[in-house]
Design a protein around this ligand. Structure first.
Ligand code: TMP
Ligand code: ASP
Length: 253
């Protein structure tokens, strides 16, 4: 087969043209970045773990009627997805104060919020993805009123599903980010969950110990990122314990 055509390369993933119109292939890299790529590293096996975990979460969401771009996993690092037009907003849902909310509002990390709080960030690396208001979103036409309603609806359903799943394996879903895409069905447009859902885009804390099992391990130098992600995968029964260790051929002397 001829090499696939690259459509877009981001910090952690690459999108290739799919085998059929309306599809794309999403490839998970091992690259980890934080603070708008000020901090960078290659974490062997991260892409494999995120491919599997995102498959697991999106398959579950599809199963309960929350539409996502996920069609099927192709191999260790690639999945077939529906081609969508990404809305240029990061939708963040928070259950517990942490990260930028704690910093911005002076709320101690770990404080349970009175209810889930949804925030929108404008996707623009040059600006460092700034927090934006609904009025700005509407005025600058990044999304319509209907889109905003639909995005909030999707975000809440993803939060309910993911919180329950995590709670069942002893993990608190502190917060997460999703991206939403527009899918065009003839003249019809609907919004679906796109991009990825993985420990790269969530905060996951062990309920008993508070241990961080997400990308903060990398952001804050707290130890092995693959160990943390593997722990999440193991608890969910997504992956055998050491499946990431077979990603590279090794030389046998
Ligand atoms: P924050 O506290 O840094 O705003 O992050 C909130 C959540 O969003 C957290 O789960 C990490 C995730 N996130 C991303 O997935 N990508 C990003 O670029 C940022 C800033 C956060
Ligand atoms: N902002 C992302 C994060 O910290 C990654 C990056 O911007 O490089 O999760």
């Amino acid at each position: 087969m001829a090499r696939r055509k690259l459509v877009y390369e981001g910090k952690a993933k690459i999108l290739y043209e799919g085998p059929e119109p309306g599809t794309m292939v999403q490839y998970f890299k091992d690259d980890a970045t934080a603070f708008n790529a000020e901090k960078k590293d290659v974490i062997e096996g991260k892409g494999v773990l995120n491919n599997r975990l995102s498959e697991y979460f999106m398959t579950g969401l599809n199963g309960i009627g929350v539409p996502t771009h996920f069609i099927k996993r192709l191999n260790m690092r690639e999945q077939l997805i529906r081609a969508v037009e990404i809305i240029p907003l990061e939708v963040v849902v928070r259950n517990v104060a942490a990260g930028s909310m704690s910093k911005r509002l002076g709320i101690e990390e770990g404080t349970k919020l009175p209810r889930p709080i949804i925030e929108f960030y404008y996707k623009d690396d040059a600006l460092g993805d700034p927090l934006v208001t609904e009025d700005q979103i509407l005025a600058f036409n990044w999304a319509s009123h209907q889109d905003l309603d639909d995005m909030v609806g999707l975000a809440i359903r993803v939060n309910d599903y993911m919180s329950g799943l995590m709670y069942a394996v002893g993990i608190t879903l502190v917060d997460f980010k999703i991206e939403i895409g527009r899918l065009f069905d003839n003249d019809f447009q609907r919004l679906i969950v796109a991009d990825e859902i993985s420990p790269d885009s969530c905060r996951l804390w062990d309920i008993e110990t508070g241990q961080k099992l997400d990308k903060d391990v990398f952001r804050r130098d707290l130890g092995s990122l693959t160990d943390a992600y593997t722990e999440v995968a193991k608890r969910l029964g997504v992956m055998p314990t050491n499946a990431t260790q077979i990603t590279k051929p090794t030389l046998i002397n």
